[in-house]
Design a protein around this ligand. Structure first.
Ligand code: SIN
Ligand code: FE2
Length: 207
């Protein structure tokens, strides 16, 4: 198993999980994914307010958000096309870091420009909450915040850097988490900067 730091029980941080060559290969694979499944602008249910991140997905299911609500669906919200396949690197990361879980069904890809952030939230749109959420980061570092499974619980923040992996599992599968801010100029992987985060999830229950 690669080296990890336990942030709190259930949250493991794997600094430098992907080496530079793997980060470049994943970045290049994502270019193809965005060509097939262009970035879309998610909106908050009900209010219709635009998120500061743009998104796409790969894998059989993709997470989308619009005025009708949050959900997983097998096709792109704008083009109607099925999502492209997940790159081999992320499938391998799941096999290594979520070894006991059934195969992942969704890989959400978030694009953060310098001013983007993500408010504290839980990932709870999945039927199967036994599998971990696996996150992979590329490009500029961010200040990532995690709390407990109640919104009011104390939080702590730490940096996620390009190549880092993080898992939310077991007692922390429903932990609140978010991105306080991006740290511009901290990576040379992406031109013209910014951050990409991929989160892999199992969505449906088996059987
Ligand atoms: C998310 O929670 O959807 C994204 C987390 C991240 O960007 O690191
Ligand atoms: Fe999340």
């Amino acid at each position: 198993m690669p080296a990890s730091i336990e942030i709190v029980p259930g949250i493991a941080h794997y600094p430098g999980y992907l080496d530079r060559a793997a980060q470049e290969a994943l970045r290049d694979a994502l270019r193809e994914i965005v060509r097939a499944a262009p970035l879309f602008q998610p909106r908050t249910p009900r209010t219709g307010k635009a998120f500061s991140v743009r998104m796409t997905n790969c894998g059989p299911l993709g997470w989308v958000s619009d005025v009708a609500g949050y959900r997983y669906q097998p096709h792109h919200p704008d083009t109607g096309a099925p999502w492209p396949d997940m790159p081999e690197i992320v499938v391998q990361a799941w096999a290594e870091l979520a070894a006991d879980a059934p195969r992942p069904e969704a890989c959400l890809v978030n694009f953060y420009d310098q001013g983007a952030r993500m408010g504290l939230h839980q990932d709870r749109d999945e039927q199967d909450l036994s599998a971990p959420v696996l996150s992979l980061s590329l490009g500029d570092s961010c200040l990532f915040r995690v709390g407990g499974i109640q919104r009011a619980a104390p939080t702590r923040s730490f940096r996620l850097q390009s190549g880092d992996a993080l898992t939310l599992a077991g007692p922390a599968r429903l932990a609140f988490h978010g991105v306080d801010r991006i740290m511009p100029g901290t990576s040379t992987l992406l031109t013209p900067g910014g951050r990409i985060n991929l989160t892999l999830r199992r969505v449906t229950r088996i059987g």
